[in-house]
Design a binder for this molecule. Structure first.
Ligand code: PMP
Length: 371
């Protein structure tokens, strides 16, 4: 079959199933209230964050210029790694150029052919890809099913195991049972990998769920995160023991063969962390906004900033999204294959950037399109 015939057949199939996606540039000064993004603390356009980005670009250049192990490790990277350690309470941190890379790095460097990877059914695509890229055996377990994790750990034939979860799930918005998982991993000598992409900056006073639950300094727990959500920048990081970070520096191909994170993004994230640490009201605000939006949408209170509202199907989800936009509010819409259980959803995110009047408008619109 020619490439063109194959592409046309794939496009027709997407059309038939209501799964067509396209890229639409966002207006720089759109009047829409944005409840679809991940700028949970309203820091993307904070003047202090953007000023830190521009000064670093002027001082260091537009790019890092090389991979980290060559000449691409700059003082801004070390400063950010120290700030990330201080924020999360983790002994060591390693900055990557995206959260996606951080997940690829952590899993491929820490798992081997003798490792069972026990993966929650709702983990992010980057962790799914990381499992595929590693040489381990993958076992997918039902979402938040602690008994299934225990069974997989106890029956494994591999000498090593890694359990992969998100602290707060990116689309469902619920939290993983971390204390129970941590206890199981300790009992069965397994690594617990927690992706805190949606926890850092929002949960645990901004320090993440792992810190809140007093799990930050455990050698068998590895945390990954992104700088692109609550911290308003771009990039990612792996956090853990100095031995884990040292191993990644030496063995993680997505880290070793990738150019260092751009100075602007690096310094912006460091400034965002300073703001998280000095402005607790911002973190409180995103949680208040999330609670009010959850009430308006008629869903259970959420653990972080993400609300998931199940819809009857992909067409209904798209229609509700369009109606919300017509009424002035941008919400996210997730349809298969982005949702492993096949349930189409609106994904609505809270941000500390909304004032009281904007929040009241948002709640009214959310209520009208979801109830
Ligand atoms: N993990 C999770 C849970 C995410 O939601 C995302 C972003 N969608 C990532 C990892 C990837 O992070 P980044 O966008 O920085 O690559």
């Amino acid at each position: 079959m020619s490439l063109n015939d194959w592409l046309t057949a794939a496009a027709q199939q997407r059309e038939r199933h209501g799964l067509v996606r396209s890229l639409k540039p966002r207006d720089i000064d759109s009047d829409l209230l944005d409840l679809a993004g991940n700028d949970y603390l309203g820091l993307v356009r904070d003047a202090r964050v953007t000023a830190a980005a521009s000064s670093a670009a002027v001082a260091w250049g537009a790019g890092a210029g090389a991979s980290r192990l060559v000449t691409g490790t700059l003082a801004v990277h070390s400063e950010l790694e120290a700030a990330l350690s201080a924020l999360t309470g983790q002994p060591a941190a390693l900055v990557h150029s995206t959260g996606y890379h951080a997940n690829l790095s952590a899993v491929t460097a820490l798992a081997d052919a003798d490792t069972l990877l026990i993966s929650d059914a709702h983990i992010h695509a980057s962790l799914v890809d990381a499992c595929r890229l590693s040489r381990g055996t993958v076992q997918v377990v039902a979402h938040n099913d602690i008994d299934a994790v225990e069974q997989a750990l106890s029956q494994r034939t591999q000498s090593r195991a890694m359990v992969l979860v998100e602290s707060i799930y990116s689309v469902l918005g619920d939290r993983a049972p971390l204390p129970e998982l941590a206890a199981l991993c300790e009992r069965f000598d397994a690594i617990l990998l927690v992706d805190e992409a949606h926890g850092i900056g929002v949960a645990g006073g901004g320090r993440g769920l792992v810190h809140e639950l007093d799990l930050a300094e455990r050698d068998d727990i590895v945390v990954t995160m992104t700088l692109s959500k609550a911290l308003g920048s771009q990039g990612g990081a792996v956090l853990g023991s100095p031995a884990v970070i040292d191993h990644l520096v030496n063995r993680a191909r997505p880290f070793i063969y990738d150019t260092g994170l751009a100075p602007a993004a690096t310094a912006a994230a460091t400034e965002a962390i300073r703001i998280v640490q000095t402005e607790p009201a911002r973190v409180e605000r995103v949680n208040t906004v999330a609670a009010e939006l959850a009430e308006a949408a008629g869903v259970e209170p959420v653990a972080g900033a993400v609300l998931s509202v199940p819809m009857a199907g992909p067409h209904e989800a798209l229609a509700a999204q369009a109606e919300a936009a017509r009424l002035g509010v941008r919400v996210g819409c997730f349809r298969p294959p982005s949702v492993p259980d096949g349930i189409s959803r609106l994904r609505i995110t809270a941000t500390a950037g909304l004032d009281d009047e904007q929040l009241a408008t948002a709640c009214k619109v959310i209520q009208s399109v979801t109830q």
